[in-house]
Design a protein around this ligand. Structure first.
Ligand SMILES: Cc1ncc(COP(=O)(O)O)c(C=O)c1O
Length: 390
């Protein structure tokens, strides 16, 4: 009885790994959710909002106070003027912002260009919206793309390209020059850029975030997606947003209204407070994440993994060849059951599973003590390696 669409993608492997982590009492380095508290000031505002009876639907496209805060932050942080009345849609997470945007712009026969490895939602998102995905490889160690490959993926059916910078799972930051190459193709083929910038504040080693909408000519053809989940450590609040020119926003708002009506009203009030946090909040966040990255990266390398250094987001793609002759799925099950660490098999990030069979993804949005226990457990791998097992 299931539709062809629903049958054509699998359950989320990332969420499945979280369930397996519970079964095996493993440390969950699979799903990107922090195990430390959110900032107290924003939790206070959320509680106050409920006590003050902000408990009914907000305006479907987002509470005014929150949209104003999004516009103010976008101006201050990216230097972009956004009209909160006509260019912002508040959604249930960046997840809904992406699917609502695709449903708003895709017609049957349209193609969407996706860089891979990709955040696993983008595959089902394109299927659900009826688009045909065209994949372009990001190549290690720096996960750059070949401009010729990208040019070959665009044609008159291309409706949009999805970009995610800073990138999950690779930690790549798209440079302004790379974005310019993508932008020129968008202009040439009259395509949109849908850019998921949810990790915009999680950057390392002096790398800087460049937003697609700041490139000449791109403001009017870019949908910028963002949310509270990662920057404010509130993945369970489900508050995100899409910024787009008025005519695109009209379509996104309509789709969003009939998908979910709106995001949680009291949490939008807390979101307004979150977006007004001072600059030091963001530099502290990035510094703390860089320490976590260095801790896990050191542990992974000592255990025998080959890893490229993530420059942003909070994941490490680790190459497993030095540790196992098996594939990513076998190794992931071994790690969760026998070593006590849940990770995500690399094949979840590629449309051809074999392309990811030598990778697994670790996330490090965890307390130092959690990461230290994980690194300790990883030491078991050296003895397993010596014994030629795994
Ligand atoms: C690239 C990317 N986009 C979106 C999301 C989900 O965001 P939200 O919690 O706002 O739906 C994630 C979560 O892991 C992600 O990595």
């Amino acid at each position: 009885m299931l539709s062809r669409k629903a049958q054509s993608f699998t359950e989320s492997v990332i969420r499945e790994m979280t369930r397996l982590a519970k079964v095996h009492r493993a440390i969950n380095l699979a799903q990107g959710m922090p195990d430390f508290p959110a900032p107290p000031e924003i939790k206070d505002v959320a509680c106050e909002a409920i006590m003050n009876d902000i408990n009914q639907y907000a305006i479907t496209w987002g509470a005014k106070r929150f949209r104003d805060a999004i516009a103010a932050k976008t101006r201050a942080h990216l230097g972009i003027e956004v009209d909160p009345e006509r260019e912002i849609t508040v959604t249930c997470g960046a997840t809904e912002a992406m699917i609502a945007s695709l449903l708003a712009v895709i017609d049957p026969g349209d193609e969407v260009v996706i860089f891979e490895p990709f955040y696993e939602n983008y595959g089902p998102d394109t299927i659900l919206s009826g688009a045909t995905p065209r994949y372009v490889q990001l190549r290690p160690p720096d996960w750059s793309f070949d401009p010729a490959d990208l040019a070959a993926a665009f044609n008159e059916r291309t409706k949009a390209v999805i970009i995610n910078t800073p990138n999950n799972p690779t930690g790549k930051i798209f440079s302004r020059e790379e974005l310019r190459v993508i932008a020129d193709l968008c202009t040439r083929w009259n395509a949109l850029a849908i850019t998921d910038e949810i990790y915009e504040h999680i950057l390392y080693d002096g790398y800087r975030h460049c937003a697609m909408a700041t490139l000449d000519g791109m403001r009017e053809r870019t949908i910028t997606i963002n949310g509270l989940s990662k920057t404010y450590s509130v993945t369970g609040w489900r508050v995100g947003y899409a910024i787009a020119p008025p005519e695109l926003t009209e379509g996104i708002r309509k789709v969003h209204d009939f998908l979910t009506v709106g995001a949680a009203a009291p949490l939008q009030e807390a979101g307004a407070r979150a977006l007004a946090l001072p600059g030091s909040y963001y530099s502290d966040l990035a510094r703390a994440y860089q320490e976590r990255r260095d801790l896990l990266l050191g542990g992974l390398r000592a255990a025998g993994f080959e890893c490229s250094i993530p420059r942003g987001a909070y994941y490490i793609m680790a190459e497993t060849s030095g540790l196992t002759a098996g594939n990513d799925i076998e190794f992931t099950h071994f790690l969760v059951k026998d070593v006590g660490i849940a990770v995500v098999p690399g094949s979840s990030f590629f449309h051809e599973p074999s392309a990811g069979s030598r990778y697994i993804r670790f996330c490090f949005c965890k307390q130092e003590k959690t990461l230290r226990s994980a690194v300790e457990r990883l030491q078991k791998l050296s003895s397993i390696r010596a014994a030629g097992r795994g």
